[in-house]
Design a protein around this ligand. Sequence first.
Ligand SMILES: [Zn+2]
Length: 434
Amino acid sequence: MSTDAPGTGGTGGTGGARAVGPAATSAPAATGGDSFHTMWADLLPLGRDKSSGGYRRYAWTAADADCRAWFRAQAKARGLTYELDRNGNQWAWQGDPLAGDAVVIGSHLDSVPDGGAFDGPLGVVSSFAALDELRRRGAEFTRPVAVTNFGDEEGARFGLACVGSRLAAGQLTPQKAYGLRDGDGITLPQAMEAAGHDPSTLGADPERLARIGAFVELHVEQGRALDITANPVGLASAIWPHGRWRYDFHGEANHAGTTRLADRRDPMVTYAETVLAARAQAEFTGALATFGKVSVEPNGVNAIPSLVRGWLDSRAADQDTLDEVVAGIEAAARQGAARAGIDLRIVRESFTPVVEFAHALRDELARLLGPGIPVLGTGAGHDAGILSASVPTAMLFVRNPTGVSHSPAEYAAEDDCVAGVLALADVTEGLACA
Ligand SMILES: [Zn+2]
């Protein structure tokens, strides 16, 4: 059962904001770094699986409820106005939530199966810590500032990423959301209800998005670009265009022990050639191409397959490069198939065009962060990417020395986390303070 049910604290539901007190200007002046460490230690045990050491903070589970209770407690401790919106996203407001032109900072608290500690929570904890840092500096706010926790970003339970932000932005209809099911057949509305949240309120939330003047999401980098350039913090330029293609290689099933090599139409061989071609094309064009999922029929150890179905995930910094790598892989696959008598069918299953973050906001952040701040693209999707269609959006990345993400090994050094907090504080001060 959720501890985050509307009515049990804060305001909850869709009933709008209720101020819980003025900004806690008399609170002890913790540095952003100090308050980051305290909060980080507090959040760290929640939803952690003892055997794997990874996080299992899936939407609308007990672990998710614990994280949400943590968020609400942080809001309360700072005298921020707490709201749970109609799509289950959490908000903590410094200043009047309805004043408009707000600067919103935050990320998500949920995780992939056995995920790391940083993907998501780093942005939420850093946002509260940045607010503490600004209070310590005695900043005078001229715009409202909100910290957010977007619900169900990873899609670990219901198979669709960024459900909270997609619903808010009208990119996911309530009808489609109601049809989402987890691995046990539990629907999203059933799970929400069990967690004490009313699913009948799901849907586009243009009034809420209209309050936002800028959204800045800080996130652990999911790659090694900052490690290579030796920078603790970087600024996002864009989310790369990416897509998924299904390759069906149809051959002829036959006996592995009695069929002469010359007589075979073996789709596994053509599939294997295609995997190697994808790697070569990716290296040649500077893109990424991965066959990470494959299914085989009849999938027998002593049978030449009749069908090998492989899924290609490909991403690149720009559309032309993505087109080039995908076309190159397709050409290689078709040549191999023709040579081996294999029927090849290719279906594009999904495609997301490039997300360019708002140039004016990005330039403003670059100015606030000073010369030398690296600007980098990313191949991963984020709530900031979803919201960028509705509001000016930017992202900050914190160095990840190994580049490992979505794993318990995901890591950022303490000093780099603090550098991220201070960068976010600088940006928020520049945007929201006199
Ligand atoms: Zn994330």
